[in-house]
Design a protein around this ligand. Sequence first.
Ligand code: ANZ
Length: 831
Amino acid sequence: AEGYDFRAIQERWLPVWDELKPFEVEGLGTGRPRKYVLDMFPYPSGDLHMGHAEAFCFGDVLARYWRGRGYDVLHPIGWDSFGLPAENAAIKRGVDPREWTYANIAQQKASFRLYAPSFDWSRVLHTSDPEYYRWNQWLFLKMYEKGLAYRKASWVNWDPVDQTVLANEQVLADGTSERSGALVVKKKLTQWYFRITDYADRLLDDLDRLEGAWPAKVLNMQRNWIGRSRGAEVEFEIEGREEKVPVFTTRPDTLFGATFMVVAPDSDLAAELASGASPEVRMQFQDYLAQTQKQTEIERQSTEREKTGMFLDHFAVNPVNGERIPVWASDYVLADYGHGAIMAVPAHDQRDLDFALKFELPVRVVVDVRDEDGAALPDPAESGVATSGDGALVNSGELDGLPKAEAIAKAIELLETRGTGRATTTYRLRDWLISRQRYWGTPIPILHGEDGEMKPVDPASLPVELPASEGLDLKPKGSSPLGAATEWATVEDPETGRTWTRDPDTMDTFVDSSWYYLRFLSANDDTQAFDPELVNAWGPIDQYAGGVEHAILHLLYSRFITKVLHDLGYLDFDEPFTALLNQGMVLQDGAKMSKSKGNLVEFASELSAHGADALRVTLAFAGPPEDDIDWADVSVQGSAKFLARAWRIADDIEHGGAPVGVSFDGGDTALRRATHHLLADAPGLVEAYKFNVVVARLMEQVNVTRKAIDSGAGIADPAVRESAEAISMILSLFAPYAAEDMWAKLGHEPTVALAEWPAAIPELLVQDEVTMVVQVDGKVRDKITVPASITAEEAEALARASRGMQRAVRDRQIVNVIVRAPKIVSIATKP
Ligand code: ANZ
């Protein structure tokens, strides 16, 4: 017989699967229970890479698993094909972004075909197709109609290299652009926003429902990103100004300790106060503002940096005690958090204390914070350390003597009765800036009149198609290239003869990916974005899989849009992803792989050298899927050897095994027990994402099966066939080709991917029992019946508790215990 030849096997089954299309599902499915399994769709930046290989391997294990468990499984694929990288590559190579993008998609499709994830290829979507982005525009118009899409002029993050606006989320902690690496600066522009802040509470509270089903780390990142902060809004009068100024504080209990006020230099209030001051102050303010704008938000919030600021020559009045306090400007107060102004309590807030000490402003202790021994903490003005803990209020009028929590409640009550403040909640989350001044994206379906009037494009005339890139200068310059497409941009109203200009901006591609999972249900429907009946039957996604790099943005935006569509009556559910698996990264020698480091493991070359199965088994076996995989530590050859051993069993059965349909009763009992333990354990292991353990169990099963064949049972034993069938079914999660070939050799029709796993037989799951000997100083003192699978700890505990041993040991001292579970426990003693 010929040996295991992965190339021949791939060539044998690919055309069969192409013909069978086993993973296409129609409409509502066949009436079996449904599972919707989705991998985060790829960005077509070239061929697939090892990261894709890993992510799609894990997603596919789960999709194939649920099919084996008797579910209709929807497992679609598409491409996230708009966005900057395509455009930048196109600019560099002088080709059309369209051509570049679709050529890459074609290459990725070919690689996927060979890698063989169990996709439903009848539902492919590309977000850069007009058939897709038309519905992006539909979504935008829905948001506009509901007041959830709006335009405002504001300071935005500006990437000076890519010459485009970035969302806060795209600015890294060091203040550089996630995309270009350039230092991000601030620029004032009119931009489109989605009002995600309206959903802040729900986005936060509903995370509780995902507890245990999403990685804890991702839940925390989402929580921190939304950043809900409960406190109070306190209104301060500013002398000479009609309107009062609100500040946000989490510590209204410290109001009596507020000794000055600080406003953000880049706030409207600071500009207004400075303009009402002397020419010197005005000049100083211009300089200070310019200096502030050079700082990133991170730098401004840094506790390391020395505080800077200036007196604005104004005074505010503390609403609880009528005290006059000076108003300063400093960059540590941010314009777009809370109200852009704070009451400074230097005794109990470190930033305020640093500022007060630098500019010699008064420090007043209002909370008597003590250490564990009840001793008063050093005076902050002396020690330079603010005290933020709990304690009794002092120097605080009616609040005196109250502990922190009670004082907060009382302070709010005081403010509310006087009408100078109220309880409030603030969020770190900002509205979602969705407009981009770039070509390769979805045009925003809004028309502008000469007088500044805005008009949504008639939904019946969608899509607003992206004009050809020919003749347009795609190079970034701060305004959208589409503005120069005059013919495209100019629209005449046939009825009124009025001329309108198209909005030249395109949408952030996170809009595209915020709802794509819904489009898969209606990928070929040109009458609606998605069919609510289908979406509500299949949705929400039962299992989502993808990289942790999307822990915040993509997931948050998808959650937001899902809630909006729920509120609009389209969706029954309001959370898109019921369970989430984040795979680790594929590394090489402990480092992230990259072309520049020269340590790139090329997916295409691995695939052609070892085949899809060996690659997939290697990825699944490397460790828990959440962990990083170091390619230097794995053995693709080892995986190939295992596959050959598994395949050989089916090959041998083909040439002399028990026939198809044979009753397994009466087969080798030990082997049957192993098979049924595997069938019983595999589901729980897969559902807990312990794919590596399942592969290890398969390896073990292949070994015991071969042993049974060699040591008596023989190839014709029905238990051997039973085991081989179970191996083929479970192996198909990881190695679809080898498993299919085994399945055929076992006499079955393709495809094993749709074969339902047999249930484990309970009688075969009872544990084997053995007799364990207990020895004391070399003499057998007891014999105990124990389960064959007993652990060393359990064996020792049982031995120590046995009567025979206790009689032999009495009051002698145990000096050594040797455990050989399940056979023997041997104890040495001395007087
Ligand atoms: C007085 C006070 C006393 C404060 C005290 C803290 C401790 P989180 O928890 O992050 O919400 N703050 C308010 N608006 C600000 C802004 N735009 N820029 C910088 N800081 C701002 O922080 C809320 C606290 O941060 C607020 O409570 C305010 O300082 C400050 F012992 O008010 B606090």
